[in-house]
Design a protein around this ligand. Structure first.
Ligand code: ADP
Ligand code: GLC
Length: 488
């Protein structure tokens, strides 16, 4: 089948979080199953394409607020997957993907990603054969299915095209003032409760949920959670109305990038059979973080995260003192909301020998923390899938996670024999501390600890299984299109 991914980020070209890992890896896995997959992403200032081939086409993006000119550039082919860039410097040649350097959303984000979605559809007509599936991701490309049904309904190029929307995070719906609708080439009749209107605003993700042919999200538990008022962000009713078209498919992992046996970003490589390299990684990590004489018998708790309310770090401040008393080092890498950056800076100032903090986005250090830590902490309020806990399993770094969304689906509580990590349910500092203390009790029993590490390292979360689930959905959509065509 011919499948096109339209997304706002993709490894190795642009990344703020797990979305980029997924858009980087899933197309390759689909391609390996025999499909032809192309990916269209914006060309940001930081996007460094390896190749730009000459036959780029110029596009005019027909926004009601004014035409924008953009170019579609044919870029790198990675493992058979053709990547295209929408180049529109006016909209994308900026410091950040979505925000200014000081963390403020760009005021024209609605226009930027409406224009991108529209440009991607226009671009397809210049560079590609007609696709059977257009697969969109999160609010940034949620308007593509809306445009397809509204502006391209009678365009023969898209006659055989079905759309899939993957919700990676319902917490970011793309909410904008009502006036936006008149600027993005959509009629005002869409501004109602059965359309894009959401409590007086325009909600891009709601558009995607209503107009796409199928909706997926990134774990089974999250698929159920988003249909409840607690985690539905006001969209649970809309999601329930489409319940028969929603499926949770767990994210996979690109083990070519995240595998301690081959990882070139860590100081020593290791395998489940020979863990010597992991000890070297622990020592090197502590030294890199400024500990001149590391006490290697102390456990290291690693954190790599976007700093956002979702990730649950409020809980840490309440138990910092108790944590330090247990004797652990905490190595934290993260960037994002100033409130959490400040929190970690303060912890580092208060306990300089124990809270080892780097406020940054640093892929190399992220790999070194995965390899050099004993425990990996993810106390998320909610977590659609979460990738770092899955990477941790492979690196023999035992996850302590809150039992929510994909964290709950991917980690099984260790009982001394079976299981891969430690979980807590209540969103409370006491419950988090309890789970860490439980992990530390096992850490002091080397045979049990070796067991939980081995259990995790032998898990397989590679993309093949999940890619098959996506392919099944695409196939069902294609068959349904053929049936409709035959009936008409
Ligand atoms: P989310 O997408 O919600 O941020 P995930 O766990 O799905 O959470 O994915 C996060 C991805 O981003 C992982 O690949 C992780 O290593 C990476 N990441 C997050 N924060 C940082 C950081 N400060 N530096 C480097 N990589 C980071
Ligand atoms: C989101 C979620 C995360 C998920 C990632 C990739 O950003 O917060 O849980 O793993 O998308 O799907």
């Amino acid at each position: 089948m011919r499948i096109v991914f339209i997304a706002s980020e993709c490894v190795p070209f642009s990344k703020t979080g797990g979305l980029a890992d997924v858009v980087g890896a899933l197309p390759e896995a689909l391609q390996a199953l025999g499909h032809k997959v192309e990916v269209i992403i914006p060309r940001y200032r930081a996007t460094k394409p390896g190749t730009i081939l000459p036959h780029a086409s110029n596009l005019t993006v027909p926004l009601t607020s004014g035409f924008k000119s953009a170019a579609i550039q044919r870029g790198d082919i990675i493992k058979g997957v053709q990547h295209y860039f929408v180049d529109c410097p006016e909209l994308f040649d900026r410091d950040g993907l979505y925000q200014t350097k000081d963390g403020k959303d760009y005021p024209d984000n609605a226009l930027r990603f409406a224009a991108f979605s529209l440009a991607a559809l226009e671009a397809l007509k210049h560079v590609s054969e007609s696709p059977e599936i257009i697969h969109c991701h999160d609010w940034q490309t949620s308007l593509a299915p809306v445009y397809l049904k509204r502006l391209y309904a009678s365009d023969p190029f898209f006659r055989q095209t079905s759309t899939v929307l993957t919700i990676h995070n319902l917490g970011y719906p793309g909410l904008f003032p009502a006036e936006v609708l008149s600027q993005i080439t959509l009629d005002s009749d869409l501004f109602n409760i059965d359309g894009l209107e959401f409590f007086g605003k325009v909600n891009f993700l709601k558009g995607g949920i209503l107009f796409s042919d199928f909706i997926t999200t990134v774990s089974r538990r999250y698929a159920a959670e988003i249909q409840t008022p607690e985690l539905g962000y006001g969209l649970d009713g809309v999601l329930r109305s489409r319940a028969d078209r929603i499926q949770g498919i767990l994210n996979g992992v690109d083990y070519e990038a995240w595998n301690p046996a081959t990882d070139r970003l860590i100081p020593a490589r290791y395998t489940p059979q020979n863990l010597e390299g992991k000890k070297a990684c622990k020592k090197a990590l502590l030294m890199r973080m400024g500990v001149t004489q590391p006490a290697l018998d102390r456990p290291v708790i690693g954190i790599v995260s976007r700093f956002a309310i979702q990730k649950g770090f409020d809980l840490i401040s309440e138990i910092a003192e108790e944590l330090v008393k247990t004797g652990v080092y905490i190595v934290a890498l993260g960037a994002g909301e100033p409130k959490y950056e400040q929190l970690f800076r303060e912890l580092a100032a208060q306990y300089p020998d124990r809270f080892l903090v780097k406020i940054a986005y640093d892929n190399e250090l992220a790999h070194q923390i995965e390899a050099g830590s004993d425990i990996f902490l993810m106390p998320s309020r909610y977590e659609p899938c979460g990738l770092n806990q899955i990477y941790s399993l492979k690196y023999g770094t035992v996850p302590v996670v809150r039992a929510t969304g994909g964290l709950d689906d991917t980690i099984q509580e260790f009982d001394g024999k079976e299981g891969t990590g430690f979980k807590f349910s209540d969103y409370s500092a006491a419950a988090l501390l309890g789970a860490i203390q439980k992990a530390l009790e096992f850490y002091r029993r080397p045979a049990a600890w070796a067991q939980v590490m081995q259990n995790g390292m032998s898990q397989d979360f590679s993309w093949t299984v999940s890619a098959r689930s996506y392919a099944e959905i695409y196939e069902r959509l294609r068959a349904a299109k053929v049936r409709t065509k035959m009936a008409s």
